[in-house]
Ligand binder design. Structure first.
Ligand code: SF4
Ligand code: SF4
Length: 388
């Protein structure tokens, strides 16, 4: 299955924060001009007919400034109205002002921000003062009715305090999205913060258990996504679908890349919005062909895996970029995906056929919730996720 049509706009790769494990920010990165936004609109008008989600990403997108968003949002919204654009943003919120919040609220821009856990833990990974600055922006966002979800990056260090981190999200009523720290390609010691795939797998199972123990009291986006994959047998987020051809990122100078993760890497440039390339032109670039090769590689490499339909070999960036562009294997997080998909499938089967405390005839994606007398299980989670 292909991902939905997704465009990531990167106003700059600059960022005022200096997180220890960051692999994507770049000091001195240029800023995107409004002219580049206009060219993006002109390019996308005839590029695809599918509904589009446009995410402002970075670096830190708010470095674009008030004037940028005041002009860019109406240009994109009105210029691409036939594609019914939905917007989103990934920001640490440090630079959010009431004025910016008003503009974002007018265009219903939900924000994904980042907090790794309690203040002292967060700041030990993301730098002194980070937590307070993000929380200050969060208060402004809330006051202006903006929806904020927090991405929690688990590193090899912070995972040792996973219980405390979960409790922090639960107690604060934050929706959690987790992200495993990746080996940084810009660091001399790339694995220093990275979360080992096997540890990541155990973390996902831990969070599944915690989620079920506290059913209805917290949302963990990744567990919902994994559960949706298992329930529908189709990838529900880009990592578990074929993102090639349906996701693109536009760098500050208008360069087009396969995804925000590649922005700033010259060898992954597919073209420029000023040239209005067609889908076919992009697919025939070196980067486009490499992404397609990955898809074909997965068809063979993952052929025997029972999860192939809704995993699709994971993220191509994770698989290809650390090996300098060579396709030597699938996403190294395969171990983690397999672990949690196995657990979820085994539990569904066990609950369907062995649990006599539940009326299984009541289970339907659209019907009433299963009747249970015990703590929540996978079927409850499936019902909740599918009915959203
Ligand atoms: S490269 Fe990875 S992160 Fe980027 S769109 Fe594809 S699956 Fe998602
Ligand atoms: S779990 Fe691993 S082997 Fe199975 S489809 Fe995903 S990446 Fe491939």
């Amino acid at each position: 299955m292909k991902s939905p049509f997704h465009i990531m706009l990167i106003p700059t790769l600059g960022c005022p924060a200096h997180c220890s494990y960051c692999w994507s920010s770049e000091t001195g990165s240029p800023r995107m001009s409004i002219d580049t936004v206009k060219e993006t609109v002109a390019w996308l008008k005839d590029f695809k007919k599918d509904q589009v989600t446009i995410t402002f990403h970075g670096g830190e997108p708010l470095l674009g400034g008030v004037e940028f968003f005041r002009q860019a949002l109406p240009l994109l919204s009105e210029g691409l109205s036939q594609l019914r654009p939905a917007f989103a943003m990934q920001s640490n919120l440090w630079l959010l002002t009431p004025e910016l919040a008003d503009i974002l609220a007018e265009y219903h821009v939900p924000i994904g921000s980042s907090i790794d856990g309690p203040e002292e833990l967060n700041d030990s990974q993301r730098g002194d003062g980070y937590f307070k600055k993000t929380m200050k922006g969060y208060e402004i966002a809330k006051a202006h009715g903006l929806q904020v979800r927090f991405i929690c990056t688990f590193t090899g260090e912070s995972v040792k305090r996973k219980e405390e981190i979960f409790r922090f999200f639960l107690d604060n009523g934050f929706v959690m999205k987790l992200h495993p720290a990746l080996p940084s390609l810009r660091s001399e010691n790339p694995k220093q913060w990275a979360l080992e795939p096997a540890v990541y797998g155990e973390l996902l199972v831990f969070l599944l258990d915690k989620y079920l123990e506290n059913f209805g009291k917290i949302e963990i986006m990744n567990i919902n996504d994994l559960c949706r994959c298992v329930s529908t047998r189709r990838g529900s987020v880009c990592t578990f679908a074929d993102c090639m051809g349906s996701t693109f990122a536009i760098g500050p100078d208008g360069s087009i890349y396969p995804c925000y993760r590649f922005v700033g890497m010259d060898e992954w440039v597919m073209g420029n919005v000023r040239d209005h390339p067609t889908q076919e032109t992009l697919a025939n670039t070196v980067a486009g062909k490499r992404m397609q090769e990955y898809k074909e590689f997965v068809d063979t490499a993952c052929r025997e895996c029972s999860h192939i339909r809704y995993c699709r070999g994971g993220c191509p960036y994770n698989a290809i970029v650390p090996t300098g562009g060579e396709i030597r294997g699938v996403d190294p997080h395969c171990v983690a995906y397999k672990r949690v998909f196995d657990v979820m499938n085994d539990r569904v089967n066990a609950e369907m056929f062995k649990d006599d405390d539940m009326d299984i005839t009541a289970f339907s994606p659209f019907g009433p919730a299963p009747k249970r007398t015990k703590k929540a299980g996978m079927l409850d989670l499936m019902h909740s996720v599918l009915s959203k």
